[in-house]
Design a protein. Sequence first.
Length: 281
Amino acid sequence: MSLGYKNSGVDIEKADNLVNYLGMKGFGATVKLSDDISVVLSTDGVGTKLLVAEHQNKFDTIGIDLVAMCANDVLCQGAKPHSFLDYYATGELSLEKSKIILDGILKGCDLAGCKLVGGETAEMPGVYTGTKFDLAGFCMGIVVDTLPKKMKANDLIIGIPSSGPHSNGYSLLRKILPLDEIPLEPTRIYTKEIINNIDEIRACAHITGGGIHGNISRILGDYLYNFDIEIPNGWWKDTFKQSKLSKYEFESVFNCGWGMIVVSEKELDIPESQILGRILE
């Protein structure tokens, strides 16, 4: 029997319907401040990866995840991360845990090339039990070159490797694997890869909720394209087999080794990037 994402408590189709109802598009909200300056705003969290962190009593990486989930979305709109805010809610404040999480957020900001400019810490007993907590992040980026741009036939679809499952699909992973075996490797941040190649990039998709298929369609829309990947050997292939999902279902939940996918007319000078397909028309 296939253990689908919906059976693990996450209904992507319902979430997509809400997004469509709100009229939300893209990976962030672009706001024009003047004729010369536009900013992109993005907000996100770490999801149920927090529960794995709690189980493993390891909190030094989820702050990086928090920044990455927001900063990578900002990059997809062609903006360089500039400022970051965090929201930390807990039933009971643990200074030791809070400092470790904050250090991770600061490290994430350093990797993204932005500054932590403020935030909010809220103690909410009754909403959260004990020192259990939730995180949310908010990133502002300055537009360097607006994405997406017009694409054309024979443009390349290029994958940039992930550092693991990043911060998506953990509700399903918790059903498939023992909690001790679920990785907490922090989400890769792609500021240098995107900004250093921004002149050559026509579109950019951060592979988060909805996996590869749900996110690549956000940038390619009505374009016809040829695209296929192999699920990598090792952890990815083992998890795919244990999931009992079809290949398409699995790729619609996870990044499968490709955390950022870009469209370009030519190959890019990004280490370990790989051509995964091309636009047909």
